[in-house]
Ligand binder design. Sequence first.
Ligand SMILES: [Zn+2]
Length: 451
Amino acid sequence: MRRSLTNIRRLAFSCLFTLLLSQAAVAKESINGVRLWRAPDSTRIVFDLSGPIKHNLFTLDNPRRIVVDIEDVELAASVSTLSLGETPIADIRTGVRNGRDLRVVFDLRSPVGSSSFVLARHGEKSDRLVIDLSDANARPASEPAREIVLDAISGHRDIVIAIDAGHGGEDPGAIGPSRIYEKDVVLDISRQLAKIIDATPGYRAELIRTGDYALALKKRRDLARQKRADLFVSVHADAFKHTSARGASVFALNPHGRRATSETARYLAQRENEADLIGGVGSVSLSDKDEMLAGMLLDLSMTATLSSSLQVGDEVLRAIGSMAALHKHQVEQADFAVLRSPDMPSLLVETGFISNPGEAKRLSTPSYRRQMAEKIFSGIQNYFNHTPPPGTLIAARKNGAGGFGEHIIVHGDTLSDIAKRYNVSVSDILSLNGLSNTVIQVGQRLKIPST
Ligand SMILES: [Zn+2]
């Protein structure tokens, strides 16, 4: 009896020992994915985690490298597939320490600044560890606004349009059927739009996001201001709760504290404002100080800016309406953080609902994207043709001797409407364009006499 009890004790003891041993060999959390995003002046590496972790980042010299130690984690993903081509990283090595910790070493080609942070689980995104490496020779963020470029012959400047492709990098935006990502669709439309704008005398485009990386909403506005943009256009293709929601829409800011003009507008603004959180670039919030400032700005320049935003938004909406279904027939307003510029007219264009299978399909074709870009620009041109900023080539054309503006006909336009908008007579438009009657067609370009 005594002997068998000892045996049982021994057995229990050895079981416990085996259990302890096997626990020691298995790390608590795992890294299930690794991604790398290259921006013009920085590189971001993101580790997808099964749960929260502790980590420590430090640098070592000779040769220069960055080391990240992560406690109690195993690597269940590959770092060898990451494309390091345009980054300052020469190689990434990993090794297990103390049986259950992970060390990741970044060998560097050139000096970088480094920082790291963790992002807690959010929606479909798991816990993440983010390593940011900023190029040492990157231009400082406080770079002074660049000189206004004047046309060498006319001495007049271009109208500058900042085009902001929504989302990017860690933030895919809305995901449509067959894994079509909003961030890719809108970057393509934005690039096409920039091409069309740059090919038009009197205009210049500035792309705010130039590749697949995340950008904070505030930084998008700041970049546009640095470029001295006359107009800021953020391009999106979002999802709604119901897949039946369809149609393009145009939004302007509804300043903080005011009700959005519709449930859809409120919902979309709320989703858009989460982009910083999802993209890992901070979070949008209005501190008490900001709120006071927001109130003041609203009373001052913002009212004028907002009124311009609504006018140009109306032109863009009408132009898009001549090719695509519209979700609402007027410019809607909600508190989109990316539109909070007190002195720069700003629009957010939803080119369609990517959650709607029909619209997702159209948005995935290059010709539809091109058409969408053309229409957005027609609307922008129609606005600036009757309200050009002083000192620009377009203003000189409108006011100059023998000069004339141009109006592109959109759906619903009539000659008498157009004449009223430009403050000229219908007969002057007819004679300048050599027209014998008032029949006009969508897409037709009309010369508008100077007033
Ligand atoms: Zn979006």
